[in-house]
Design a protein around this ligand. Structure first.
Ligand code: XIL
Length: 388
């Protein structure tokens, strides 16, 4: 990409964002308007327009008009969106026959109205899946047939409802253990290993035009990378069309290495499928799980020392975050022929799930927009990576 980058655009962007937040939901601004007359990219979607889609995961409030500042920022910066929770099985179908379509409908309308590549997340997952799915009669576990029937019905109902309006679906999420073996989920133990191919088949029928993906975290780990390659190759060999692999991208400040991420981009692209970074964020907070059991993180003693930036982020750490984002985006840009989409898991810092995971009530800084919806230095670093 040969777009030049000027350091002077940040104040212009801040003014544009402020104007947007004051004006409420005005018409979508063009990059030219934002840059106050110069032609430098001021938005992420402009910076990467020749490379890949760039997006963010949206929560229910953002698509239902309860966070207009976030909605404006998303329209300005991104050309693809993912649903943080509203399309998951639990939120959309908590009890048999009970559906909560309103937030999901609003999400899809948001994508459509703003002409965005609209992702569905996710059809089959072990988490945020209500217990009733896996229950049979008299407290027994559901039989394979019952479970597969529920899965087919779910995919038909949800993917079918949004047929032609959702551009790509995370059909199966997180079916692998970190060692690359199949996750010992209820899907696996009750339905058997072919639950994955069934899910892809049902999704293909429900929406023949949508792209269909396998999505997982820690795919930079060599064993898990190999497991994903085996899994997707196995599906492709059986004639089951898989359009892409989503690497979630929940990264730390010092892991994984750029080489580890690169090896996975290359391994997945070699299968002939699209590679996507689907849930990007960079966690700056100490990870409590190594030291303490998850059951005690709620106590004050256990939390001590684990929320170091409650009063603000020191400049030195801000710089580290920028450098980390710059390195990661330099890699994505290098592999722009293989990567079709990069999506942040949230919009601004206060929206991120990392304020509450793996420990509730912390102050996290994983995104590139701050708590005032302003671009952080990492934003600038990312735009710069696009120009190299
Ligand atoms: C997270 C959401 O961000 C949280 O709001 C929710 O409480 C739990 O799920 N991998 C995924 C995402 O595929 O769906 C998860 O999203 C984060 C990890």
């Amino acid at each position: 990409m040969n777009l030049l980058y000027k350091k002077s655009f940040l104040p212009a962007l801040a003014v544009a964002l402020l104007a947007a937040s004051c004006a409420g939901s005005g018409p979508e601004k063009t990059p030219e308007q934002n840059t106050a007359g110069n032609s430098q990219p001021t938005t992420l979607k402009e910076a990467f327009k020749d490379d890949f889609y760039i997006g963010a995961a949206l929560n229910a409030g953002q698509v239902m008009g309860r966070d207009e500042k976030a909605a404006e920022l998303v329209k300005e910066q991104f050309n693809t969106i993912s649903p943080e929770n509203v399309l998951k099985w639990g939120p959309i179908n908590p009890r048999p026959g009970v559906y909560n379509f309103e937030p999901a409908d609003a999400y899809v309308e948001f994508g459509e109205k703003n002409n965005m590549f609209t992702v569905g997340h996710t059809l089959v997952w072990h988490s945020q899946a209500p217990d009733w799915i896996f229950e049979g009669a008299n407290g027994q576990p559901a039989s394979r047939d019952t479970l597969l029937q529920r899965m087919e019905n779910h995919i038909k109902t949800i993917a079918g409802r949004y047929e032609g309006r959702i551009d790509g679906w995370d059909v199966v999420n997180e079916a692998l253990e970190d060692d690359g073996s199949m996750r010992k989920s209820k899907w696996l133990t009750l339905a058997g290993e072919d639950f994955i191919e069934k899910a892809f088949q049902y999704a293909r029928v429900a929406d023949p035009e949508a792209e269909l993906y396998y999505n997982d975290y820690s795919l930079w780990k060599p064993e898990k990378r190999d497991g994903a390659v085996r899994l997707v190759k196995g599906l492709l060999d059986k004639g089951i069309k898989v359009d892409g692999i989503g690497m979630q991208g929940h990264y730390g400040i010092d892991y994984p290495t750029i080489d580890q991420i690169e090896a996975s981009i290359e391994a997945f692209a070699a299968l002939g499928v699209k590679v996507m970074v689907t849930e990007l964020d960079i966690d700056l907070l100490p990870n409590p799980t190594g030291r303490q059991g998850a059951d005690i993180v709620h106590t004050v003693e256990a939390r001590e020392g684990f929320n170091p930036y409650a009063e603000g982020l020191p400049d030195s750490v801000q710089q580290k975050l920028s450098k980390r984002y710059a390195d990661i985006f330099a890699l994505f840009h290098k592999h722009r022929d293989k990567i079709s989409r990069v999506t942040f898991w949230g919009v601004a810092d206060h929206h991120s799930w990392l304020n509450n995971w793996p420990m509730p009530g912390r102050t996290s800084y994983p995104m590139v927009f701050d708590r005032n919806y302003q671009p952080k230095p990492a934003f600038e670093a990312i735009v710069e990576a696009a120009s190299k």
